[in-house]
Design a binder for this molecule. Structure first.
Ligand code: ATP
Length: 217
């Protein structure tokens, strides 16, 4: 689904991602690593929001930076959420449904958005915005969803609820690439974990292998 070859991103003199070559297939891939390691940069390059300084990334065989048809094939949720503040949640989801197809009613129900869907996004709390952002990634039931810190800003009840929903979508066959410091809920259903630190892939294997190598448990 995703293939990066010598993928490099520099911001001025900072090399955020340094010649990373990695392939990501179907299933749930968890991206772990220290602050500033390059995880979000990698996700943004896959999403086509950043242009590589060098190297390539292909998603479904196409260039996500250059080709909007490639970007329309996957869902994405950034951290902090990238949402149109002066629209309502409903307007945003319906806009995405026009592009990707499908209806929004199932998503609204699954993510329990009904209580604030018709309010302007600028009035949302951080947790409401996060919920809408994750929900928006699943509009149109894409084959692949990219999620940056999907459990950030969620309260104690919402963390297991949203993690359970992600697990459900994974069981329905939606592949995911998940960057998360709150990694424990994903151990039970992620297929693979990749550790990115210092702009490089440091570990790559099954979640069990990587977690025990990191001595996280
Ligand atoms: N837009 C940007 N402009 C300048 N530097 C950036 C930008 N985005 C990231 N960086 C730098 O690139 C490096 C990698 O950052 P990145 O956000 O990818 O790390 P991360 O692994 O996602 O970190 P965290 O766990 O803290 O979210 C850091 O040194 C960061 O300061």
């Amino acid at each position: 689904m995703i293939r990066a070859e010598h993928l490099t991103k520099r911001f001025g003199h900072v090399t955020a991602l340094d010649s990373v070559s990695v392939g990501i297939g179907e299933g749930v891939t968890l991206i772990l690593g220290p602050n500033g390691g390059g995880k979000s940069t990698f996700l943004n390059l896959c999403a086509g929001t950043y242009r590589p300084t060098a190297g390539t990334v292909r998603v479904f065989g196409g260039d996500p930076w250059a080709d909007e048809r490639v970007r329309a094939k996957f869902g994405v949720s950034f951290d902090p959420p990238a949402l149109p503040r002066h629209r309502t949640g409903r307007e945003w989801l319906e806009f995405l449904a026009e592009i990707r197809g499908g209806s929004i009613s199932g998503i609204v129900e699954a993510f329990s958005l009904g209580g604030f869907l018709d309010r302007r996004i600028s009035t949302y709390s951080a947790g409401m915005a996060k919920r809408l952002s994750i929900a928006s990634a699943f509009v149109g039931t894409p084959e692949l969803v990219l999620l940056d810190e999907p459990l950030a800003n969620l309260d104690f009840d919402a963390i297991p609820e949203i993690a359970g929903l992600l697990r459900h979508f994974a069981s329905e066959g939606i592949s995911m690439v998940v960057v998360s410091h709150i990694w424990k809920p994903f151990v039970e259903f992620a297929d693979r974990a990749v550790v990115i630190a210092g702009g490089k892939v440091k570990l790559d294997g099954s979640v069990e292998e990587v977690v025990s190598a990191l001595n996280l448990i």
